[in-house]
Design a protein around this ligand. Sequence first.
Ligand code: SF4
Ligand code: SF4
Length: 397
Amino acid sequence: MPGRRLPFSVLAKPAGAACNLDCTYCYFLSKELLADDAGRQMPDDVVRAYLANLFASHPDGPVEVAWQGGEPTLRGLAFFRRAVALAEELRRPRQQVRHVIQTNGTLLDDTWGEFLAEHHFLVGLSVDGPAALHDAHRVDRAGRGTHAQVLRGWQVLRRHGVAANVLCTVNAVNQHHGLAVYRYLRDDLAATHLQFIPVVERAPAPLLPLAEQGWRPGAHGHRTVLYRQHGDRVTSRSVDPVAYGEFLCAVFDEWLAHDVGTVVVGDVEVALGNLRGRHTLCVHSPVCGRSVAVEPGGDVYACDHYVEPGYRRGNVATDAFTDLLAGEDQQRFGAAKLAALPGQCRACPVRWACHGGCPKDRFLRTADGEPGLNYLCAGYHAFFTHTAPALRALSHR
Ligand code: SF4
Ligand code: SF4
């Protein structure tokens, strides 16, 4: 998702963690347990403060206004009409606004399609592959698969010519079907921009049974805990690291054989950028800490994956983004991505592409017992090793 582009990006959550679906691997659902979330919707004064702060903190040129959730479309079109009008009012004349929204697509209709097209939104739509794979995890609150509804949303976007990225998670169900998933997205959906996102749900061993039951507070009569980035176990829904590498390699080989120049695969673009010295994704950059999250009450957190106690950096109403990003805590957070890199990563031949991955996934030990190795290391290593020769050739084109 472009919300992760450097040097500075913000993801705002107008409906908090609220979602009309109940995807089994979605630990963001548990964020409703946070005091700042708890069913809250971002009020207009917070939207105004957020946008004013965003524009004031950006130089002239393009500024991305990105909304996600939960499910942001739950706020309805009226909210987004006001937000777009506010952005027009608050931007400086030399700033160009790029609106971005990440959605499950199930609430999109033609009125939405017209609106998104009129304001040149870039839409990130979540699809995990053909129905049998998608419906395994992406279910509604009654546990029913949502593939048919998502397809309707996708067709709305196509009908109205809205620019769209397909966001596809790689999880324990679809992990052995990389080629089939890729072909489905390319051939059946005619998607041209794809991004693959590994599902890694971690938990400490004592909490694993609870984690296995899912993350919606109060769902199915069980107790839920707030998802936090701790623990060295993963749920059975999480992708296997080796399978993740095989999935990405299968995608890459098909892309290289048929689709260079016609299909954009996020993982490939990021690696090509790294080869050229342009780090475009925090996960595979040497340092991070430039992608913050804004909760419905305006609180700013270190990263969308660290919306948890101890990572609050301030509030959009009182703290300029530039100051928050320059603050000591946030600087340390971003620098730790490099400082905590274990020796195995420092000596790794594909470090240039990987940079140890996201700190949230670094809960393994290296062969010699050093902490901080990424859970996905086996997959990253295989993918970047497999693709490096072709990527080098491509980067010289
Ligand atoms: S913690 Fe991970 S997702 Fe967050 S900014 Fe750092 S690399 Fe990106
Ligand atoms: S592939 Fe593994 S060892 Fe190499 S940089 Fe990535 S996480 Fe570290």
